[in-house]
Design a protein around this ligand. Structure first.
Ligand code: PEP
Length: 258
């Protein structure tokens, strides 16, 4: 049975002061959260600052990226072992902003997936189609191909204790979310595809939705059977908005019995 997972992606925002204040506000707001899982992804240089406030809290740390190497002459990169050293639990990989601005391809992302699993971190594999692909009806094939790249390198077992975040690129930061019913269809197709390899992995994998999620629209996503949580950008930078999203997850009737 899957419970809801809510992750806040702070991207390249904030400074030491604002990030500290936001973290403290969330720790206070979530002191009684027990049913859903929550993580925050601050800019990497603040992971250690944030970590200190998360001791004894229910909030987990998430990185926004990871390098494919564990150490060596790779100036500017961050290794999975360094993230683990800071008690980071999750790492985003394949976010569309990295695919677009840093030209990361499916093969690079599969290597990142591998290194995270090797070190024991949980990959959040971000997938999703652009507007042209959406308009042409290619959403499901784009998503499946992005998943296939992982299976090709690592096998279906890699998806045990991993997370997929379906994020249509056109919905990210646009203020226009995908319709919950369409997201449900995409999530179901992803789960069915994984089930064609392994039914138990498919049943257990968490599939989040991301793209202009707000406190107002989030419940409609949670109401869909195959949506197991949300990856939140802009709304996670505001303590009140993110708290409302997490409180909605906490009160929701999920996990559904099978
Ligand atoms: C994201 O960047 O992962 C995201 C979902 O952003 P937003 O919520 O701002 O659309």
């Amino acid at each position: 049975m899957r419970s809801l997972l809510v992750i806040g992606n702070w991207k390249l925002n904030g400074n030491k002061n604002t990030i500290t204040n936001l973290t403290i506000a969330l720790v206070n707001a979530f002191y009684n959260i027990s049913k859903c899982s929550v993580a925050i992804a601050p800019p990497v240089m603040y992971l250690d600052v944030v970590k200190r406030y998360l001791l004894n809290s229910h909030i987990q740390l998430c990185a926004q990226n990871v390098d494919i190497h564990l150490s060596g002459a790779f100036t500017g990169d961050i290794s999975a072992e360094m993230l683990q050293d800071l008690n980071t639990r999750y790492a985003l990989i394949g976010h569309s902003e990295r695919r677009i601005h840093h030209k990361e391809n499916d093969a690079d992302i599969a290597k990142k997936f591998f290194i995270l699993k090797k070190v024991g971190l949980i990959p959040i594999l971000c997938i999703g189609e652009n507007k042209k692909e959406y308009d042409s009806g290619y959403t499901q094939s784009v998503c499946i191909n992005q998943i296939k790249a992982i299976i090709k390198l690592l096998g279906i077992e890699a998806f045990k204790n991993s997370v997929i975040a379906y994020e249509p690129i056109w919905a990210i930061g646009s203020g226009v979310s995908a319709s919950p019913e369409n997201v449900q269809l995409v999530h179901k197709s992803i789960r069915d595809y994984i089930a064609s390899y392994d039914a138990s992995i498919a049943d257990n994998i968490t599939i989040q939705y991301g793209g202009s999620v707000t406190p107002e629209n989030v419940i409609q996503f949670f109401d869909q059977k195959d949506i197991d949580g949300v990856l939140v950008g802009a709304a996670s930078l505001n303590a009140n908005s993110f708290s409302m999203i997490v409180q909605t997850a906490e009160k929701h009737k999920k996990p559904y019995p099978d």
